[in-house]
Design a binder for this molecule. Structure first.
Ligand code: IVH
Length: 652
């Protein structure tokens, strides 16, 4: 790197951090940023006279935005030095052992969210402050009070700062984005942005609706006298804060590596996103001795996990037609290795999303892959365009059957019921887990059966014979017999599985259960009034059932004769009691599993629903009750705890 290149690199880093910190809108990946940062640092170490004042290495903390009232932290909030691989960790250990030989380590997750400082006085939460520049942050106490994992009071009376990370769990993040996609709103790029954005809402009701979670990782000002950080943290957890999914004390490099390996291996199964593991010197006295550099404590290091975000190029946009005819665009990207998995496709959600992000063919983009999150494009690098990019045109015909598409705005739909893609996907859905759960009938086999002409509808599946299967490529005796057995096993399934497998639009597992429990095979003749009277079923869903039954009556009856799904057992009429005919919602953990309690209430004639509405009569809550309890309070719905519920039952 020469001076000219160094100047350019500093400019670029500043541009990246402006987008990241000020606009909450990253234009590159952490990996690219870190690499460039280290190149700049290396240049500066060798050319001390050239160091620019505005180099990010000279910055201690970052600017804070206007909008909320500012408030100082009682003691500074630091950042962490990074280690990207075992060599980095080894270097950090060597450096740290030089300061003190007799140390051990406390390891915990590095959560990917927004940092937060909680100040408690006389046991009460008095202030919640964002990190800001490390000295001064934004006062967001009202918003933070809506986070249920932040205790409003603790049994520790001395003044104390408790630091931690606010995160959004991955499933909650997917739900928020699905909802936003449905409403045509811009999607959050990742759970970190969603958490940070939700914390800084001017309306704390929005914060409350996002189900944020606070995970403590340390203390600022405090009077605690524990000798070890691990003891201090146990004390903090015992005050009513959440435990990390994994924590450990380690003696040396090997033990740290083992815990790191375990955490990295399991990271997809954790509810929150992690971007590494933090290693901290466990002995508090040693921590105090070691002190701080301008930016970081010398006694901790962030041992990062391999990146989940990468930069790649869009080669093509292809269209997928689902069983309902909905057409979904998918980006085919230059194959990229992300954390050991080669990613070649990324979801684009819908056509509005392409237009909103202005995604073009040949664009450079940032893609994110993380465990259960489908790879997706989180950013188009418009500043990298060179004119070769091609705008994407909304299709007007089905890519599979060429029939004209129905344009519903956000969604495009193929309306041809015999469209090959729709038929194949309906069969795949029919056999899937929440439907008939037919082993050995995955997408590859369904496609093969369809393409060979042996199966062109779900009914044909049950005409398969050993002979027909053996004539197909890839089928040997055993595999063929297994498939026939699995098909046979589907006979006599629960009635709701049968309803669900039909793939009626807007009718998922829960609605299938509701319909089946009420009507059984009578659902084909139920009237609109009878259907909308069911909890959780609205107009649109009812109409969908009626329309489906009208068009497909013959096929449904034929399938029913073949499958003989079990008629649900009609309950005897319950005797009079306070829950009979009432709509009840359960939330939080109780002395028995929720299913057991649900069953008990249903025997009493209650309808147990999953969400709270004005129609709800009672919310029964256990420990850790969440947003359903709050909603009930808002709507003025009667809330009972488990004992009160049992009391009412016993009285009858
Ligand atoms: S300790 C003493 N521990 O990472 C240094 N930080 O770059 C203070 N973070 O701003 C941080 N998980 O928001 C620490 N287990 C953990 C963490 C953690 C996430 C965040 C924190 C901080 C940033 C450090």
């Amino acid at each position: 790197m020469n001076f000219e290149q160094y100047k350019k690199a500093v400019e670029l880093l500043n541009l990246y951090s402006y987008h990241y910190y000020l606009l909450d809108d990253a234009i590159t990946t952490d990996e690219v940023y870190d690499k460039l940062y280290h190149e700049v640092l290396e240049y500066e170490i060798n050319h001390k006279e050239d160091v620019l004042k505005n180099s990010p290495t000279q910055r201690v903390g970052d600017a804070i935005s206007e909008g909320f009232v500012k408030a100082p932290h009682l003691s500074r909030m630091w950042s962490l030095e990074d280690a990207f691989n075992s060599q980095d960790l080894e270097k950090w250990l060597t450096k740290t052992y030089k300061l003190d030989k007799n140390i051990t380590f406390y390891c915990e997750p590095k959560y990917d969210g927004a940092s937060l400082n909680l100040i408690y006085e006389n046991g009460d939460l008095i202030q919640a402050i964002t990190r800001g520049d490390g000295e001064i942050g934004e006062l967001i106490t009202q918003n933070v009070k809506t986070i249920r994992s932040v205790p409003l009071s603790i049994k520790h009376k001395d003044k104390i700062e408790i630091r931690g990370e606010v995160v959004i769990y991955k499933d909650e993040f997917e739900k928020i984005n699905q909802e936003r996609a449905k409403n045509g709103e811009a999607l959050f790029a990742n759970p970190r942005n969603a958490a940070a954005g939700s914390l800084r809402q001017l309306d704390s009701k929005i914060t409350a609706s996002r189900n944020l979670v606070f995970l403590p990782y340390g203390v600022g000002e405090n009077t605690l006298e524990h000798k070890l950080l691990s003891q201090k943290m146990e004390y903090i957890y015992s005050l009513g804060f959440k435990n990390p999914p994994l924590r450990a004390t380690c003696k040396d490099f090997d033990e740290i590596e083992t815990v790191y390996g375990e955490m990295n291996k399991n990271r997809d199964s954790y509810e929150m996103m992690l971007d590494g593991m933090v290693v901290k010197v466990d002995e508090i006295a040693a921590q105090i001795d070691m002190g701080y550099t301008v930016k970081n404590p010398r006694f901790s290091v962030a041992y990062k996990f391999p990146a989940v975000e990468k930069i790649t190029t869009i080669k093509e946009i292809v269209l997928q037609v689902g069983r309902t005819g909905a057409v979904t665009p998918v980006a085919i990207v230059e194959p990229t290795n992300i954390d050991g998995v080669i990613v070649e496709r990324a979801t684009l959600h819908n056509f509005d999303e392409i237009a909103r992000k202005d995604i073009r063919l040949h664009d450079k983009v940032i893609i994110l892959r993380s465990g259960d999150v489908i790879p997706k494009i989180i950013k188009v690098l418009t500043h990298e365009r060179d004119g070769s990019e091609v705008e994407y045109k909304r299709p007007t015909t089905c890519p599979v059957c060429q029939s004209e598409l129905l344009d519903e705005g956000v969604l495009l739909k193929c309306q041809n019921l015999t469209c090959e893609a729709r038929v194949i996907n309906s069969i795949i859905y029919f056999a899937s887990k929440p439907c008939l759960n037919i082993d050995g009938l995955g997408s590859k086999i369904v496609e093969a059966l369809f393409n060979s002409g042996v199966v062109s509808s779900v009914v044909d599946l049950f005409d398969l014979t050993l002979e027909k299967l053996l004539a197909l490529e890839g089928f040997k005796e055993k595999k063929a017999q297994n498939l026939l057995d699995a098909l046979d096993n589907a006979k006599g399934c629960e009635y709701w599985r049968f309803v669900n497998s039909l793939g009626i639009e807007h009718i998922g597992e829960v609605a299938s259960k509701t319909l089946s429990a009420k009507f059984g095979s009578g659902f084909l003749d139920a009237t609109k009034e009878q259907i909308v009277a069911l909890e959780g079923i609205g107009e649109e869903m009812a109409e969908s059932v009626l329309e489906f039954a009208r068009v497909n009556r013959e096929t449904i009856l034929k399938l029913q004769t073949i499958l003989k799904p079990l008629e649900p057992i009609k309950r005897e009429e319950a005797k009079e009691n306070p829950f009979k005919g009432r709509s009840v919602v359960l939330t939080g953990s109780m002395s028995e599993s929720r299913d057991v309690i649900k069953e008990m209430l249903e025997r009493l004639g209650a309808k147990v629903a999953s969400s709270v509405s004005k129609k709800t009569d009672f919310v029964i809550y256990g420990e850790d009750a969440g947003s359903k309890y709050d909603k009930a309070m808002d709507l003025g719905v009667a809330c009972l705890n488990e004992d009160e519920m049992r009391g009412k039952i016993e009285q009858t």
